[in-house]
Ligand binder design. Structure first.
Ligand SMILES: [Fe+2]
Length: 329
């Protein structure tokens, strides 16, 4: 366990976990609309580890300017302070082995959810389980009863730092996800009162029932929140926003379910909810980052509490408690 009490010490700890080495090319990516609050910590921590560091500020990180591409594509590591939604960031990882670490959350969340090596080994145990599985089933007393076949896509593991060539991660957050085989998701997901929806960053007030057939949400039933979700998805006039996207469970030992209620929406990203220990993380929309071809203009992350998650009938999570010894804290 790290005893890093200050923000600079926490940055040194995390970039140390990322194995930043002398002479490595590190690019700190920022935008003019970004808060800029971490740029100095990122640059100084990387320089202290001996890296060759550039700070790159762009206008729109979701459409990177061509002039920024040569610098980013040659980086050994990108520290992304704005969560650039430009598919080339992942491509740099696949093609050039660039490691990427996104850092967005407020300082007290970075500190509380400071990652360590044990987080990585727990998430990797979950990753092995998910890669070996042929089916996932999720149940809950709320009425959730959902199943999907696995194996077409590999799965994405996040453990809060990036220490392997090509690995994309975010500080903080430890969780495992994979994508169901195309067209195989079936059943009902009940988003219960108190569960969360991102990126709208809201707790649901009344249950939403999602009826899923053939890999797509076919009906959204419930009260005001169901109507709001349906209106949001309908707005895009694109059937792919109704597709089932990544599925997994949270393994962040220091996450808090109530974190969302303490912040203005703009001040928080929601890694507490996404990585919440023992959640089931349901989502909608694209499967590009799992290696699929489906694009969608909207992606919802929906962490559910108190579910049971089974891989090939073996419990990974039971009523919200992580079960396998090698994944438990
Ligand atoms: Fe997601």
């Amino acid at each position: 366990m790290s005893d890093a009490k200050t923000l600079p010490a926490q940055w040194r700890h995390v970039l140390g976990l990322c194995k930043v080495r002398p002479g490595e090319k590190v690019v700190v990516l920022d935008s003019f609309a970004g808060s800029g609050r971490y740029k100095r910590f990122a640059v100084e921590a990387a320089e202290e580890l001996g890296a060759d560091v550039a700070y790159l500020q762009v206008g729109d990180p979701n459409h990177l300017p061509e002039s920024a591409v040569p610098t980013l594509s040659k980086a050994d590591m990108i520290i992304d302070l704005v969560f650039a939604h430009d598919t080339r960031i992942r491509a740099f990882g696949r093609d050039n082995g660039t490691r990427t670490l996104v850092v967005l959350e407020p300082p007290e969340i970075l500190a509380r959810m400071l990652p360590n090596e044990a987080d990585k080994s727990r998430v990797q145990a979950a990753h092995r389980a998910i890669r070996a599985a042929g089916t996932m089933r999720v149940t809950a007393p709320t009425g959730t009863d959902f199943s999907v076949r696995l194996g077409e896509f590999g799965g994405n593991a996040q453990w809060g730092f990036t220490d392997e060539a090509g690995h994309w991660d975010q500080w903080p957050g430890a969780f495992i996800t994979t994508y169901g085989n195309e067209g195989t998701a079936e059943g009902t997901i009940v988003v219960d009162a108190g569960d969360m929806v991102f990126p709208t960053k809201e707790y649901v007030r009344d249950p939403i029932s999602l009826r899923i057939e053939g890999g797509y949400i076919r009906a959204i039933e419930g009260g005001a929140d169901a109507k709001a979700m349906k209106a949001l998805l309908d707005r895009y006039d694109d059937p792919e926003v109704f597709a089932v996207s990544h599925l997994g469970w949270g393994l962040s030992r220091n996450s808090r379910w109530d974190a969302l209620s303490w912040y203005d929406k703009a001040a928080i990203e929601g890694q507490d909810g996404r990585g919440f220990y023992g959640n089931f993380l349901f989502s909608t929309g694209p499967n590009l980052s799992g290696g699929g071809t489906r694009r969608a203009p909207l992606h919802l992350d929906i962490p559910l509490r108190g579910c049971s998650v089974f891989l090939d009938n073996q419990a990974m999570v039971l009523d919200g408690a992580v079960i396998p010894a090698d994944q438990r804290v």
